[in-house]
Design a protein around this ligand. Sequence first.
Ligand code: IMP
Ligand code: MG
Length: 369
Amino acid sequence: MIKLHDLYFKPFISEDEIQEAVQRMVDAVAADLGDEMPVFVGILNGSFMLASDFVKLYPKPCEVTFIKLASYEGVKSTEDIQRLIGLTQDLTGRTVVILEDIIDSGNTLEEVHRIFSNENVKQLLIATLFYKPEAYKKDFKLHYVGMEIPNKFIVGYGLDYNGLGRDMPAVYQLKSTQHMTNFVLFGPPGAGKGTQANFLKEKYDLVHISTGDVFRYNIKNETALGMLAKSYMDKGDLVPDQVTIDMLNKEVEKNSDANGFIFDGFPRTNAQAKALDELMESKDSQINAMVALEVDDEVLVQRLLERGKTSGRADDADESIIRNRIKEYYDKTAILKDYYSDQDKYYGVDGVGSIDEITVRLSNVIDNL
Ligand code: IMP
Ligand code: MG
């Protein structure tokens, strides 16, 4: 993964794949032109690297020159195109092959056609290394295309994001979600998980996804997934993991601009942890950590008994029930502790102390993820 300015990009097309595509284009052009000497015209800035590699591979004598049009800025190609700079040569009667790094909307290409319509060239052929068919809005013929790519922003091999990235010999694609810090938060009953989740959510501008809340929301609003989940629950069956994952997927997609997510109440099993990893990976993201509040059993029992005196919750009043809930928590999370430890992602945090002290300890972990 690489970062240019504020954005993250992932590897997309390797140097070798690019070289193969360039070679294919060269072979096709050379086969079509035979002994005719073409003038290759690179469109600056983006095509400098392609033009260089292309003419080195071209098997016959050729001429090469460059012109410059508007420089596009940012992630989206803009509409207004400045004037042409650099065409000083008389191209009357010549075969001109335009070398473009990328054709997106086709606006630049339209401008190229407009300019060359006054040049009395014998023929104007268009060769582009990358082509985004979903973005292309014109109908000029593209004679040679190195590679068709999806409509996503790329950098490298001449292509830039606000001036950076042109120098890279391989191509990188903009990540569909930007850098996120995502973790699963665990804590035994009475550890103060809810309180801490609220603080962390505010402090780091994270989205807190509590599986319980997500279920209640979907069922209350009678979403398709909510109704599906309910149909299992009504029969007394467990809701299949895929249904839960689909609900979480919706939450993640709703908040794709978030700095990250705190997952609470999920995963509970190895299979769920794997499914969550896959979900985040499909979003070009990842689970960075399992953060578990660790509190001694005796302290928990005392806290919950204390809470039981005022809360009136029956399950907080009975010591054996409390101990059983704590034991159940450890039985269930032990598997996950192993799962995340194997990836070096387990962080146990001392959960005894004031709320502030514990927030500081958790922040130390999160700041270093
Ligand atoms: P078009 O005029 O929309 O076809 O876009 C062509 C120009 O937009 C290219 O020459 C690039 O400068 C820029 N462009 C379009 N897509 C990308 C991309 O994915 N990465 C970097 N620049 C791009
Ligand atoms: Mg260009």
